[in-house]
Design a protein around this ligand. Structure first.
Ligand SMILES: [Zn+2]
Length: 556
């Protein structure tokens, strides 16, 4: 292809990518980074590009695409063209929509929680409603005091804004008040039966002796319960004793727990169960729609009895299917155990599915959001794969990540017979589509590190943008200069770093294995949290920058 044709091609590509208008500077940048044979004659490229870009911009977008097709080039559809997945409408929209995300503060959030959080937030935005963040901490044994803060950090990172924060352990007197009301209305009773005795009766659909006590007696017992030992009494909600699911029959609403609460200490001894606290709060906070997994269907049935006893209208319940995640540890209790035993390095260990682990690896919150919106709130079970997340994440990172050379397991070489005039400084763009971000400068004097792997089975290698070398007895010898020559010999094009100027680095892989290597000198300006593409290696997030740069590997 001659120069004019090449410019024409890149001008068309640029135009199609940018709504029909090619930009001269970007076209030149693309030619320089993709067609190194013209780097020696930048003037020629500059002179000719202007006219060709003008010519291309006179074509309609349709004609531009047609011309590209003639050249045999198919462009990947850009993100803008992809239809953004949208959530279906919520049923029963009457008043202001009020939703809640209600985690247990037993640990930080994981990717499974992200679904409930993102869906509730998206719907709150869609209907200009309200989102309540509610910490469900009425089981003192399951509370991790650090989790309150971690959950809020995780949500902020996910881009979720809540309008109100409710902590259930602040509301114990409210639950007591409604427990009293329930007893007064005859919708519940204080049961002092041994759990085994109660279970025997319940399994036969028979009432226990406490069930039919008069209200007065129940209120007396309720008062006494404050001083009874743990396990000796519970408040039960009356249900259909013949309900086909024995777990639902006369379920426990409040129980005695002697463990001090991390927030309120020994102030209270009687705590509501999740189902009781949730029902009271959903009603008092005016929740209009409850979106949750179908593993909560039994809970919904339990709660419906309580709504009835108290004369309240239940919210609209929407249950979605399970989300299967492949090869990923999600259980908070198992993760916590693993951290305590030293199996995991912390909540952000890269093997985990916690939000903080994903973040540390350089996965973008937007990718998680897109994945969850795509899955939505459908009743059928869904599977989320890493491949899916990586694909969405890559779309985002390709645009933002600058490129650098990282040589893993570096081997030093001094290229023999290198002509003196080929020594100098190589320039490569930080990002091939964004020449405005500038160039990286890589000194080349024939003393280089290359990756051990790249020597395998190779006879001729091209050190990208520098020279072609022959491999002879495990040493490198100058072969030729041009890219054409490299192509003629089918040479593998490899990256490299200068021996005399580089930065030691390591990359922590998702399985925690560490890959040691060297970075090109331009990488010294990298900052923590920046995400880069290590050419031919993969995307990675900068985690530390001391004498050594540490990355967490994102994906290919
Ligand atoms: Zn009983």
């Amino acid at each position: 292809m001659n120069l004019e044709k090449i410019i024409y091609k890149y001008a068309l590509i640029n135009a199609v990518k940018h709504k029909g208008k090619a930009m001269e500077k970007a076209v030149i940048g693309a030619i320089m980074s993709n067609e190194p044979q013209f780097r020696k004659k930048p003037q020629k490229v500059l002179q000719k590009t202007k006219n060709i870009v003008e010519k291309v911009n006179k074509l309609t977008p349709k004609e531009q695409k047609k011309e590209l097709k003639k050249l045999g080039i198919k462009l990947k559809e850009k993100k803008e063209a992809e239809k953004k997945k949208k959530l279906p409408p919520l049923p029963n929209i009457q008043e202001k929509v009020i939703l809640r995300f209600a985690p247990n503060p037993s640990g930080p959030l994981h990717i499974g929680h992200a679904r409930a959080a993102i869906l509730n937030h998206e719907y709150a935005k869609k209907y200009k409603g309200k989102l309540i963040l509610r910490m469900e901490d009425t089981d003192p044994r399951r509370v991790d005091p650090k989790a309150y803060k971690m959950i809020q950090e995780d949500l902020k990172w996910l881009g979720i804004k809540w309008d109100q924060l409710i902590i259930q352990s602040d509301r114990i007197p409210t639950y007591y008040k409604h427990a009293t009301k329930l007893l007064e209305k005859g919708g519940g009773y204080i049961c002092t039966c041994k759990p085994t005795e109660f279970k025997k009766l319940k399994d036969q659909s028979k009432p226990c002796p406490c069930r039919n006590l008069p209200t007065k007696e129940n209120l007396k017992r309720w008062e006494k319960m404050q001083k009874m030992p743990e396990g000796k009494a519970v408040l039960r909600v009356k249900t259909d004793l013949k309900h086909k699911n024995p777990a639902i029959r006369d379920w426990v609403a409040l129980r005695i727990v002697d463990e001090p609460h991390p927030r309120t200490g020994k102030k209270y001894r009687i705590y509501p169960t999740m189902n009781f606290a949730v029902t009271i709060d959903d009603h008092l906070l005016g929740i209009t729609h409850v979106l949750r997994g179908k593993d909560h269907i039994t809970n919904t049935e339990k709660q419906e009895y309580l709504y009835k006893h108290l004369g309240w209208k239940p919210p609209t319940f929407i249950h979605y299917g399970r989300l299967h995640m492949e090869n990923i540890q999600l259980s908070t209790s198992k993760t916590k155990e693993g951290i305590q035993k030293g199996k995991y390095k912390g909540w952000d260990d890269p093997r985990l599915g916690t939000i903080r682990a994903i973040k540390r690896r350089g996965i973008q919150a937007q990718a998680i959001r897109e994945a969850m919106i795509e899955i939505g709130a459908k009743i059928a079970d869904s599977t989320l794969t890493w491949k899916k997340i990586y694909g969405l994440n890559k779309n985002i990172l390709e645009e933002i990540a600058n490129r650098y050379f990282f040589v893993a397991e570096p081997q030093p070489f001094k290229i023999k017979n290198l002509p003196e005039h080929l020594k100098g400084t190589i320039e490569r763009p930080l990002h091939p589509d964004h020449p405005e971000r500038g160039q990286r400068k890589i000194p080349f004097n024939g003393r280089v590190y290359i990756q051990k792997d790249d020597l395998k089975k190779a006879k001729i290698l091209r050190l990208v943008d520098a020279v072609n070398v022959k491999i002879k007895n495990n040493s490198l010898e100058y072969h030729s200069m041009s890219l054409e020559e490299a192509r003629k010999h089918n040479a593998k094009i490899i990256h490299w770093v200068p021996m005399d100027e580089n930065i030691p680095a390591n990359v922590i892989m998702p399985n925690t294995k560490i890959v040691e290597g060297l970075l090109e000198p331009a990488a010294k300006s990298l900052k923590i949290d920046q995400i880069v593409q290590l050419e031919r290696f993969g995307f990675a997030r900068v985690d530390k920058t001391n004498k050594k740069t540490t990355f967490y590997y994102t994906h290919k």
